[in-house]
Design a protein around this ligand. Structure first.
Ligand code: IPD
Ligand code: CA
Ligand code: CA
Length: 254
């Protein structure tokens, strides 16, 4: 089957329906801790089982890497999946969580989708062709003054073990911006930079499955993706995504 955004959307929306059946019945959904601040539910597992079967069934030439089931088959050309990004928010009945699916071929992100079922917002992108939200093209914000900007961040679930827990950095940047947000789904945070809801997002200690699809969406919408020193590239352990115009103002504060 040829790879297409339409096939991806059909599969990801169906995964969203599965997640929503759990979300609407949360009192019967048990939450397990993988570590003190890292959560998993039956919904995460069910969505990943569905996506693995649906994607590798349609495209057996690609391998699979999902947060919950790990890596299988071809890891040069593979689907990279976070079945629910923002499980903690999901488990509390909040709306900012998403399903994240990207196709990576020889280390290049080719297509990606991030779907927030509770918001019914569907973001997708194809390398070299652009990024869309609910079928409409999206671009980053035009804000070029950090002090007027709105930024988002996240606090890694491993933060107790990190010497750099992001609090000082958050304080510095909060003093130099107008608005700060913590949405709770890194995949969605990247989409919010992509469609101009925020001007920048940063986080540490993420994994490729948290940010693969969102990175393609953000880049295709005109965002710059760097590490905290400004090196261009995808660094999940230290990711800074901006509209490009405020990059040089935020870098000294990182
Ligand atoms: C988490 C979310 C959250 C981020 C955490 C991630 P999960 O992913 O992306 O926004 O702050 O660091 O682990 O565990 O809900 O898939
Ligand atoms: Ca995640
Ligand atoms: Ca997850």
């Amino acid at each position: 089957m040829p790879i297409s955004l339409a096939v991806l959307e059909e599969v990801v929306r169906e995964a969203g329906s599965i997640a929503l059946t759990y979300f609407k019945d949360l009192k019967n959904v048990k939450v397990h801790r993988k570590s003190p601040r890292d959560f998993v539910t039956a919904a995460d597992l069910a969505v990943e089982v569905f996506l693995k079967e649906a994607l590798t069934g349609r495209y057996p030439e690609f391998g699979f890497w999902g947060e919950e089931s790990g890596q299988s088959a071809n890891q040069t050309n593979r689907w990279i999946v976070d079945p629910i990004d923002g499980t903690h928010s999901f488990s509390r009945g909040q709306y900012f969580w998403s399903i994240s699916v990207a196709l990576e071929i020889a280390q290049e992100l080719i297509i990606g989708a991030v779907y927030a079922p509770a918001l019914n917002d569907y973001y997708c992108a194809e390398k070299g062709r652009g990024a869309w939200k609910n079928g409409q093209p999206i671009t980053v914000s035009s804000e070029d003054n950090l002090s007027d900007g709105m930024v988002a961040t996240g606090f890694a679930c491993l933060r107790s073990y990190l010497t750099d827990n992001n609090l000082e950095r958050f304080g510095r940047i909060a003093q130099n911006t107008t608005g700060q947000r913590r949405f709770g789904s890194a995949a969605l945070d990247l989409c919010f930079v992509a469609d101009g809801q925020v001007d920048a997002f940063w986080e540490q200690e993420l994994n490729l499955y948290d940010v693969a699809a969102g990175t393609l969406i953000a880049r295709e919408a005109g965002a710059t993706v760097t590490d905290f020193q400004g090196n261009q590239g995808l660094f999940p352990k230290q990711i800074l995504v901006t509209n490009g115009k405020i990059l040089n103002q935020i870098l000294p504060l990182m």
